[in-house]
Design a protein around this ligand. Sequence first.
Ligand code: GDG
Length: 469
Amino acid sequence: MTDSSRRVDFVVVSNRLPVDHVVDDDGTERWQPSPGGLVTALSPVMATNDGAWVGWPGRADLDLDEFDADGLHLVPVRLSSDEVDRYYEGFSNDTLWPLYHDVIAPPHYHREWWEAYVAVNERFAAAAASIAAEGATVWVQDYQLQLVPRMLREARPDLTIGFFNHIPFPPYGIYSQLPWRTQIVEGLLGADVVGFQRPADARNFQSAVRRLTTATTSQTAIRLPDGRRLVAKAYPISIDSASYEQLARRPDIRERARQIREDLGNPKVVMLGVDRLDYTKGIGHRLKAFGELLAEGRVSVEDVTLVQVATPSRERVDAYRQLRDEIELTVGRINGDYGTISHQAISYLHHGFPREEMVALCLAADVMLVTALRDGMNLVAKEYVAVRHDGDGVLVLSEFTGAADELKTSLRVNPHDIDGLKDAIVQAIEMPQAERRRRMRAMRKRVLEFDVAYWSSTFLRELAASKNP
Ligand code: GDG
């Protein structure tokens, strides 16, 4: 039911609404919640504050009224298929994404993409402005919507506006490539609090502010020429740790973990990688290291198996199609060269799985490999830690993830250093149990205490406190 006069005190704005459109076998269409960490963290805040969520429902050219699903009030923003191409796949995923991840892939700059980005950001800002009550709090999420804070402030100076960037913010030398670098920084300066994953991201943003605007900065504070102040600092995101641990304790999921090991031929060591198939995740570097270890006889397929889940992602963007070809060629070569009838080197799975299966995989894995070349946080690393209530398991973690700032007793690696990565994999395989437990204990303490509820409550508390007089 539409209630276009409805106004709420708390609004979350993100590119995607937390629901997926599904068509059942009998042809019935419905919206199914896609519960991620963000929904879990924000649902209680939504419920106590009378909240709404503004976002794109994930299908182009769809005219939809506001609706309720699973206790959330959802405000759909329409995108034409042309806008999906230009704003989402183009400017968001083929300009900003590679630029903000240290230009691992070349960013493409197209003026039509930028124009679509501006137009779509305006639409999101207008939708948020029309649902927000007088004096409401609006929390804008991520790099697709960096112009929204300023647009919203201009339309509605009464609002308290937060922004959180889920991906890195690059050093100025890289950021300055962006033809629209000033507009984006000014867009973000519309917020009262701009949150980042790592202190380094916040510092990079402040340096862009100093280079491109007349605002001044002092530690985490930014002062604008008109006297308004805002805060730019790190709020490292986390997961709903307790729910992962609960799943990991379920007898059926533990049984499934045992089954997975058996199906893999009960190797001595199961290693696991779980990533969206994305060039930032360093999947190729991981495979190269593993392939060389097999070639050199430092590990054998009878003893060690790698399970690589590569969830399909952004398949209409060229760089992602190429990446898939490269990865699948490498997996095929390694399996062809080193596999036996009874033992595969790599079990490669190019599909998504239910969360229960992910948890079973984490329980089954002696070693988790997170080798991202650049990653805002990397939740998979935290999920592995939350699942390992048995206190065992080794996390190999790239120092280029936000998670590496917190998970200091992981085996930290530079994934570009293939020899170093190979040594770390061997060290993980051979690590004595006492050392595994000692390292895991420290990481579990961190992940269980600083969960996603801590993240959202800290951000929202500081947002409330930032309100300018
Ligand atoms: C961005 C930033 C930041 C993956 N495949 C399946 C599945 N997943 C889940 C994982 C994890 C999530 O998706 C992926 O989160 P990551 O943090 O690893 O990476 P991005 O998707 O790149 O996320 C990142 C994050 O935003 C949050 O701020 O940490 O740095 O890039 O939760 O478990 N879940 C299920 N089936 C799958 O096949 N159920």
